[in-house]
Design a protein around this ligand. Structure first.
Ligand code: NAD
Ligand code: IPM
Ligand code: MN
Length: 363
């Protein structure tokens, strides 16, 4: 079969890791007889430098017309002036909103081969296999009013956390559906002791819970969840939460896996139904890593596993997705290690060699 993939590498290590994900997709194409047409576009800081905006209408339309979008990361010190009229991150937020991808699925798997790379104790990591469903197109990131203005008492800034019942319900459904397909446990994370958005969230979750009697629903406050994520992570199956909380909790969850460079994500505009495909947006959860950009040592596994999610959710290529995941597992078992997951006795590899080895292990 033939597919069109919009490839938006972005800034910093974004293009470095995305290149390896494309390489793996090409390997899948050869192994399984598909053609993936990669259509490249600039987004983020590179687009600001060339076009003065973080996302041009052309690239937005390229993303909207593709079967799926493979995204790297955007941002960096060059564009970090707090007074700048636009930022690279605006391009990413505009794309997510334009594509309507409200459900950001972030699987957190601990590879047994990497337990010794984590700062956490092996006993804490045993049995960790969870998924965070992060609401992606609402909350503080998009709520109006938003902005800064000068007052008689100096500058004032405002961001608004706003959620409608419909926005809450659709993302909670994704959480319930995934929980039903997995171990039947859903943790709905909020701050209902303080925030009205969270109290509405909790009411909707409780109401939906009655439709899913096979799912054990619990409510957890976000601060307590942050603690339990490192104290007893194996107790979690599916976590569902609003945009900002999900952003923060998933960087924390990356510590379980051992590195930011390992976690993939899929952002979908609908509740995933097994056997059905939907246009999606796929990106590793990490950023542009300015501290290692250009050195050829970034871990491409998060980007490559994002490509596997792309094959599964947007192209319906289940076998192919599983073969990518197996190839990653195999290469990690062989001891291949980028510096972020270095283990004594491991084979040190860079970004490109990691990608080459994973592509070669596809079967
Ligand atoms: P970051 O995720 O870029 O880096 C955090 C740490 O993790 C760094 O030490 C980095 O070296 C390491 N790391 C990240 N990815 C890695 C990989 N693949 N392999 C090895 N190590 C890796 O977060 P940050 O430093 O807070 O942000 C840098 C820039 O990236 C900011 O401009 C931020 O806005 C942007 N950002 C973009 C996205 C995105 O586009 N989706 C996500 C997060 C941050
Ligand atoms: C992420 C990033 C983005 C977010 C930034 C770069 C806008 O941190 O994808 O996790 O906060 O959503
Ligand atoms: Mn983040």
């Amino acid at each position: 079969m033939e597919f069109h993939i919009a490839v938006l590498g972005g800034d910093g290590i974004g293009p470095e890791v995305t290149r390896e994900a494309v390489k793996v997709l090409e390997g899948v194409g050869r192994a399984f007889g598909h053609r993936f047409h990669a259509e490249y576009g600039d987004v983020g800081g590179i687009s600001i430098d060339k076009h003065r905006v973080a996302l041009t209408p052309q690239v937005r339309d390229l993303a909207g017309a593709a079967d799926a979008v493979l995204f790297g990361a955007v941002g960096g010190p060059k564009w970090d002036d707090p007074a700048a009229p636009t930022r690279p991150e605006d391009g990413l937020l505009q794309l997510r909103a334009h594509l309507g991808v409200f459900a950001n699925i972030r699987p957190v798997k601990v590879f047994p081969q990497l337990v010794d790379s984590s700062v956490l104790k092996p006993a804490v990591l045993a049995g960790v296999d969870l998924v965070v469903v992060r609401e992606l197109t609402g909350g503080l990131y998009y709520g109006k009013p938003k902005g800064r203005r000068q007052t008689r008492h100096g500058w004032t800034a405002v961001d608004t956390m706003r959620y409608s019942e419909a926005e809450i319900e659709r993302v909670l459904r994704v959480g319930f559906e995934l929980a039903r397909q997995r171990r039947g446990k859903l943790a709905s994370v909020d701050k209902a002791n303080v925030l009205d958005c969270s109290r509405l969230w909790r009411q909707v979750a409780t109401r939906l819970g009655k439709e899913y009697p096979e799912v054990a629903l619990e409510h957890i406050l976000v601060d307590a969840c942050a603690m339990q994520l490192v104290q007893r992570p194996a107790r979690f199956d599916v976590i569902v939460t609003e945009n900002t909380f999900g952003d923060i909790l998933t960087d924390e969850a990356a510590v379980l896996a051992a590195s930011m460079g390992l976690l993939p994500s899929a952002s979908l505009p609908d509740v995933p139904v097994p056997g059905q495909t939907v246009r999606g947006f796929y990106e590793p959860i990490h950023g542009t890593a300015p501290d290692i950009a250009g050195k050829g040592i970034a871990n491409p596994v998060g980007a490559i596993l994002s490509a596997a999610l792309l094959l599964r959710y947007s192209l319906g290529l289940t076998e192919e997705a599983a073969s990518v995941e197996r190839a990653v597992d195999q290469v990690l078992s062989q001891g291949c290690r980028t510096p972020d997951i270095a283990t004594p006795g491991g084979t040190k590899v860079g970004t490109k060699e990691m990608g080459d080895r994973i592509a070669a292990a596809l079967g």
